[in-house]
Design a protein around this ligand. Structure first.
Ligand SMILES: [Zn+2]
Length: 456
């Protein structure tokens, strides 16, 4: 019974928190080879935990780098849905360590907040799922079937996940995924993210003369690569804030008036953004509100520029080369693989014959949209209404969570993307924290969710 599971959780809350603290004490930093041993420790920790609560066939699958942990509990039978619970046990690096108030891998509770690297992103979220399932298994039978897939490479771009999804598609077969790697709108309003932007990232290099030149001896006869780069970049947007690459908007799904109305409920105003960001005014496509521009419109950004002399004082040169890092955030149904071709066409058309250029594609990730009428989405919305007493926000994310699109593409399933982190959790930054009051409510919500999603 639901009540017994909720009571079990309440009476064992302190124990779950202690276990989370132990999990967070393991510095499972995926990018740093010096922490390879800690990755193994984290894998063993979570695999043992899953086995100890009754998850079956727990298996550690090696990949080219960090292992994937799998486990299942399929006793609800074929008439009940199967949920694939995704998580990542790896964390971001902790530097700069000196900016942490307490050591990143000595988890500390202050003011009902737990400070540690990975507390919010996302060991706390994994543990919320584990605590909810353990609470049910200890007091009842699990109403639905579940499978766990926990990877250790999310913070380095999940280089081995797609191969694993493809080669283990049968093992991972499910009706829907539960991904708690997103967050709440604020402390009082939980959220489900149904739209994610994709990404395509490039480096553009402009080559001029074979060396930096004296600007007096050569100025006027050599086309300056920094100027060429600036000219090119200035042509990538028009005066209305639209990206000018040919065909850039062709595949963009338009927003329905119904969706625009719903999104408008959760957006900040121009004035609120300006106050927060210290800006005189916002910028962007004129016909769309900030919340629409962030979630449902594609963008092109200059992420960095490098050229010539930037030290103290002055040095009169024409630089030999110039470089820009350029990324695009993409929305359904844009194909990240097509953007490279559009940029190449743009450069062929606009780059002058006075220089040479090179364009390198660095990385891509697909955008995604999930069905907001999935039974699991409705079950989670009902759970949030029960626990928080408010209608949860359905939102589009400006950022990218590639695993959601990867699971759509390779497993044919949508994800319910949610989580109990808050916008000010400082994930990836010093003093990352998890708000324990929302974590606790999140676990209660997940317990309700697993009962709600059961078919009668
Ligand atoms: Zn994460």
């Amino acid at each position: 019974m639901r009540m017994n599971s909720l009571q079990f959780f309440e009476s064992h809350y302190g124990q779950f928190l202690d276990e989370l603290i132990n999990f967070l004490s393991i510095p499972s930093i995926s990018t740093d080879p010096d922490h390879a041993h800690d990755i193994q420790t984290a894998v063993a920790f979570i695999a043992n935990k899953l086995s100890s609560i009754g998850i079956e066939h727990v298996k550690i699958f090696p990949t080219k780098r960090h292992p994937i942990v799998y486990g299942e509990h399929l006793k609800a039978g074929a008439s009940q849905p199967t949920l694939l619970i995704y998580g990542h046990y790896d964390v971001q690096p902790d530097d700069p360590v000196e900016l942490w108030d307490t050591p990143p891998f000595s988890p500390t509770v202050r003011d009902d907040m737990l400070f540690a690297r990975g507390a919010s992103d996302m060991k706390g979220q994994i543990y919320a799922c584990v605590a909810a399932i353990e609470s049910i298994l200890q007091s009842d039978t699990l109403p639905v079937n579940i499978k766990f897939i926990l990877e250790g490479e999310e913070e380095i771009g999940s280089p081995n996940l797609v191969d694993f999804l493809i080669s283990h598609a049968d093992l991972l077969k499910a009706d829907c995924a539960l991904n708690t790697d997103a967050g709440m709108l604020n402390k009082n309003i939980p959220a489900i993210s149904y739209g994610l932007r994709g990404l395509a990232y490039f480096e553009l290099r402009i080559f001029g003369p074979n060396r930096d030149l004296h600007s007096g001896s050569y100025g006027g006869i050599v086309h300056n690569p920094a100027q060429v780069l600036a000219d090119l970049i200035s042509k990538m947007h028009d005066a209305q804030g639209r990206v000018t690459l040919d065909g850039f908007y062709n595949d963009v799904l338009p927003l329905s008036s119904d969706e625009r109305e719903k999104l408008a409920r959760y957006g900040l105003s121009d004035a609120e953004y300006c106050a927060d960001l210290g800006l005189p005014s916002l910028w962007g496509e004129k016909d769309f509100s900030p919340v629409e521009r962030l979630g449902a419109r594609p963008t092109l950004e200059i992420n960095g520029l490098l050229s010539g002399f930037t030290g103290q004082g002055s040095k009169t040169i024409i630089p030999a080369h110039a470089m820009a890092k350029i990324s695009t955030r993409l929305v359904p149904n844009q194909d990240p693989e097509k953007i490279y071709g559009m940029l190449v066409d743009f450069l062929k058309k606009n780059a002058p014959s006075t220089i040479r250029w090179e364009l390198e594609q660095m990385s891509v990730g697909s955008p995604s949209l999930s069905d907001t009428n999935l039974p699991a989405t409705r079950a989670l919305m009902d759970a949030y209404k029960t626990v928080w007493g408010v209608e949860p926000a359905l939102k589009r994310e400006g950022g990218s969570v590639p695993v959601v699109a990867d699971m759509q593409k390779h497993l044919g399933i949508d994800s319910v993307l949610t989580g109990f982190g808050l916008p000010d959790d400082r994930i990836h930054s010093p003093n990352e924290k998890l708000d324990l009051s929302t974590w606790r409510k999140g676990i209660q919500s997940l317990i309700h969710f697993f009962y709600n999603v059961k078919k009668d």
